[in-house]
Ligand binder design. Structure first.
Ligand SMILES: Nc1ncnc2c1ncn2[C@@H]1O[C@H](COP(=O)(O)OP(=O)(O)OP(=O)(O)O)[C@@H](O)[C@H]1O
Ligand SMILES: [Mg+2]
Length: 341
């Protein structure tokens, strides 16, 4: 079932620009000088129920703007967006019942209330039946280790505690679509792991559709099969993570453990030395020029090798290449579907 449908969505922010100083402010009042910023341009995609999609792009690419349009906070300047067949901006109230939103940089909880008071209030607002509410509290107490946080005021929580509280509050009314805008920002590795595991479990159990924006590709690797990349407001890739790795992961690593000192050796075409320490030689090769077995054979002819292993291309280095223009340079007017790459 298609949950989200975005057709040629566009968002232009109009801001007034003023010259510095009081005079500038007065001038701007009398005759405002408008500057238009196209934040999202000709964006189209659909999302099926139960998908967890990673939405990535450099700072200012248009991710948060997209999320704000999907949640109904912002109205698109052009194009059409529907969530469960509804216009999320016009039908904001009906839409709010179906969705959950987390903005990692901002809390939506009441700053001065204890977490349990906030949750109680939300349970009333959403008219969650008391038995269901208790069941959810028990569940979250375990999966988010929430128990010790319930009596705490939000203002006195650490960043990681706040995010766990935030997720509980967001998922309290069983939303069918969840928008997570940088949910792991600033968190330590252990809390990150816990939150990823929680999102995964929750999505699997409830069949929730999730859009996740993040700069942490670990989030994407662990949670998403599909990834969308936005650049300067335009979708430049939409497809499986695996395809990005296969098509763009031109380089692969190969590590040799040697019996004795490495000594001198010759490298075949398309191979570079990454590092060389006692008894360990790490090479990098271009898959389009040679193969792992050719590299292994060439090295083993020259050096006595005890063991060797291959390393897969690292997603973050691939995405860096894509951000730097690998896809744009391909000059495809349409976003790259997996099959077209
Ligand atoms: N309220 C606003 N008024 C004017 N311009 C805005 C406004 N909000 C965002 N922009 C501009 O729109 C563009 C997209 O911003 P957006 O916040 O969607 O980016 P993002 O992909 O979420 O970036 P980040 O990774 O930094 O969170 C940026 O150039 C930004 O400066
Ligand atoms: Mg953002």
């Amino acid at each position: 079932m298609t949950v989200i449908r975005v057709e040629n969505a566009r968002k232009v922010y109009r801001t007034t620009q003023k010259e510095p100083g009081v005079l500038g402010a007065l001038k701007a009042l009398a005759r405002p000088h408008y500057v238009d910023k196209v934040a999202v341009d000709d964006l189209s995609f659909t999302l099926e129920a139960g998908e967890i999609v990673g939405y990535i792009g450099v700072n200012g690419a248009g991710k948060s703007t997209t999320i704000k349009m999907l949640t109904g906070i912002l109205m698109p300047t052009g194009g059409r967006i529907t969530v469960f067949g509804r216009d999320p901006h016009k039908d904001r109230i009906a839409n709010a019942r179906e969705i959950g939103v987390v903005f990692g940089q901002r809390t939506q909880l009441w700053w001065d209330l204890a977490l349990i008071e906030s949750l109680n209030t939300l349970a009333k607002i959403y008219q969650i039946p008391p038995t269901r509410y208790r069941q959810l509290l028990d569940e979250f107490a375990e999966t988010l280790e929430l128990k010790e946080l319930l009596p705490m005021q939000i203002r006195s929580m650490s960043l990681g505690q706040k995010m766990r509280a935030e997720l509980a509050a967001t998922l309290l009314h069983d939303p069918k679509v969840v928008y997570l805008d940088e949910p792991t920002i600033g968190l330590d590795l252990i809390v990150k792991e816990r939150i990823r595991a929680f999102i995964k479990k929750q999505a699997q159990q409830t069949g929730t559709t999730v859009i996740l924006t993040t700069h942490d590709l670990g989030d994407i690797e662990e949670l998403c099969q599909r990834v969308m990349i936005i650049d300067a407001g335009r979708l430049i890739y939409d497809g499986p993570i695996q395809t990005i790795k296969e098509r763009f992961g031109k380089f692969r690593g190969i590590t040799f453990e040697t019996a004795g000192d490495i000594g001198s050796y010759q490298l075949p075409v398309g191979v570079q030395t990454e590092s060389e320490a006692d008894h360990k030689l790490v090479l990098r090769f271009d898959r389009t020029l040679t193969t792992a077995s050719q590299v292994a054979a060439a090295i083993m002819n020259q050096i006595e090798v005890v063991d060797f292993s291959l390393t897969e291309p690292d997603l973050s280095s691939i995405v860096k290449q894509i951000y730097q223009g690998a896809l744009k340079d391909a000059a495809h007017p349409e976003p790259q579907r997996a099959g077209a790459l």
